[in-house]
Design a protein around this ligand. Structure first.
Ligand code: ADP
Ligand code: MG
Length: 577
């Protein structure tokens, strides 16, 4: 019930159109109920009376009504679908927006393919359900009750005989519909798996080629594809049983009408005209039954999609603004990480960070060093609140970051990571992403600062060069420089550099290091580096491993004290010193 209420709420913005649609649907039902009466009059009265005038008038009237019906039909078909299409658009918009409010832990545990499937496939059938649903139900009810009342007036015994069978058809239809509903739900789940596999496999195409694992990928896909095939086959089997039986029932109903109706004509209880009316009504009546069963099918398709849609819409993001959050602006840039502990949701016993304390004064650079898996990236993600700390607090300029609006917090932080993500599109689009209001001059300035302007202008299409899917047409260094240009354009007071150059070769690293130093000027910086040469000049270096902070001090100090850092440094420069 709740689901239907939620579904209905999507009608609200389109109420006027929907009412027009329903009005015309009502018109169609009304006209359809009138036609058999007119035909019956012709047979029962005008033909025996040889009343040519009445016959002609009725024929002309019917002609006009048919045209009106055609107009109504046009409105119902076209504008009805328009209502559906608009509702589907609204739902897709809401779901897309909602997905963007979800926090990172949601995306850690969901599959992109599944989410895509919900956005695309699940909502695809809403258009049909949205207008056929109410319209068909409405027309069918009126047609069935209307015919029943009119036929009862002509000959109640015959009517009761015919309508005796109707409940059985309905019970059968409802029973089978329910079964179809579960079957269609399974189909939806399977297609989501297939989508997700395609997405995963194609985005990893380079890896599968490198390992020559195309056949393995194919086999993996076969399995998903086969379960999808089987689930659809199964759904169609139920559908086939459903339709063949319903048509059989409907034909039997016509047979009953003709046989018993004929007998009633023998008995002179009804005339030929009445029998014609009965047959016409029953044939009209088949239409609503078909519509009802169609509706049952659309309902299953649409509603199982809508159900999955609302399941996601119900999920509340765990990381959200407090009521009346402060806007973080004019930041000085003091960051203090106080007694911070953190564990990922799926592994709560295993704390990634335990009582970490780090203080970064405004404008200073603090470097984190430590073994892989020590929680450095995790710590970087806590500052812009991709995840929330499970203990302790993080403050900017002395205030807990949870008190600021998330948008204003993230606006003050620039993040450069090892794995650069570029959007499929042009160079311009990717740089401008850092500040959507930036002018061309500002964009070029940022590119120059990131030492990529010259490369870009050497391309035939310059800033409008298409960089391929996720930037495949660029080298690792070029990608990283674009991502740095993006941050230059954003111009945030706080900067987080998470192994920004680790994936690059030494020569490229040196060039990019220059840009990064330029970028760091005048900002508060938390830098994580794999190669210690790049952090020598940091104001403070912190050595962290999974049992917490081990050492802390300047490069010279740490080197002198001869601890973990000194060992690490020496091992990296073996042969150089
Ligand atoms: P580092 O950057 O120091 O190499 P990370 O912060 O990436 O370390 O990872 C720290 C630990 O947290 C690792 O044990 C890793 O398995 C785990 N981890 C990282 N990201 C996630 C995630 N999204 N969900 C669950 N566990 C994660
Ligand atoms: Mg890391």
């Amino acid at each position: 019930m709740n689901l239907i209420r939620k579904f209905s709420s999507y009608y609200k913005p389109h109420m006027k159109l929907f009412m027009l649609d329903m009005f015309c649907a009502l018109g169609i039902a009304g006209l359809d109920l009138v036609f058999p009466i007119l035909s019956r009059n012709i047979l029962n009265i005008y033909i025996p009376d040889k009343n040519l005038h009445a016959l002609a008038v009725t024929a002309v009237a019917m002609l006009v009504l048919y045209v009106v019906r055609a107009l109504f039909n046009y409105v119902v078909f076209y504008w009805g679908h328009v209502v559906g299409v608009r509702m589907e658009y609204d739902m897709r918009r809401d779901l897309f927006g909602h997905l963007h409010t979800m926090d990172m832990s949601f995306f850690d545990s969901s599959r992109t393919g599944k989410l895509m499937s919900r956005l695309v496939n699940d909502l695809n059938l809403i258009t049909e359900l949205a207008h056929h649903g109410p319209e068909d139900l409405f027309i069918s009810m009126i047609m069935i009750f209307g015919s029943f009342i009119i036929l009862m007036n002509i000959e109640w015994r015959l009517t009761l005989i015919i309508f005796f069978f109707v409940p059985f058809i309905f019970i059968f239809a409802v029973w089978k519909s329910l079964r179809m509903r579960t079957k269609f739900r399974t189909v939806k789940e399977k297609i989501a798996v297939v989508n997700s596999q395609i997405e995963n496999s194609l985005s990893g195409i380079r890896v599968s080629k490198a390992f020559a694992n195309e056949e393995f990928e194919e086999e993996k896909f076969q399995h998903g594809n086969m379960t999808f095939r089987l689930s659809r086959t199964d759904a169609f089997k139920t559908m086939a049983e459903f339709y063949s039986t319903i048509y059989l029932f409907m034909n039997l109903l016509t047979l009953v009408t003709i046989a018993f109706g004929g007998y009633f004509v023998f008995l002179d209880r009804i005339s030929y005209g009445d029998l014609l009316a009965f047959i016409l009504y029953i044939s009209f009546f088949l239409e609503p039954l078909k519509k009802l069963t169609n509706f049952a099918e659309q309902y299953q398709n649409g509603m199982s999609g809508f159900e999955r849609f609302s399941e996601i819409m119900k999920i509340e993001p765990k990381i959200k603004n407090i009521e009346n959050p402060k806007i973080l602006s004019d930041v000085k840039g003091d960051i203090s990480i106080e007694n911070v502990s953190f564990s990922y949701e799926d592994n709560e016993e295993n704390k990634v960070l335990k009582d970490v304390n780090i203080k970064i004064d405004a404008g200073k650079t603090v470097a984190l060093v430590g073994p892989s898996g020590g929680g450095k990236t995790t710590l970087c993600h806590l500052i812009p609140r991709f995840y929330d700390v499970t203990g302790g607090e993080i403050k900017i300029d002395g205030e807990n970051i949870k008190g600021f609006s998330i948008k204003s917090l993230r606006n003050q932080i620039g993040l450069v990571q090892q794995n650069v993500f570029l959007f499929t599109g042009t160079i311009r689009e990717n740089i401008i992403y850092g500040n959507l209001d930036a002018t061309d001059d500002e964009m070029i300035e940022a590119a120059k600062n990131a030492s990529i302007h010259e490369f870009i202008t050497s391309l035939p299409e310059g800033y409008d060069t298409f960089i391929g899917e996720r930037g495949v047409k660029l080298s690792g260094g070029q990608k990283q420089r674009l991502s740095i240009a993006r941050v230059f354009l954003k111009n945030p007071p706080i900067l987080i550099l998470d192994e920004a150059t680790s994936a690059l070769d030494n020569a490229t690293e040196i060039v990019i290091q220059e840009s990064l130093e330029r970028l760091s000027k005048g900002r508060t910086v938390l830098v994580i580096a794999h190669r210690l040469s790049t952090i020598k000049n940091a104001d403070e270096i912190i050595v962290i491993n999974d049992s917490g902070i081990q050492e802390q001090g300047t490069h010279d100090l740490l080197l002198k004290s001869g601890g973990i850092y000194a060992d690490l440094y020496k091992s990296q420069f073996k042969g150089f010193i």
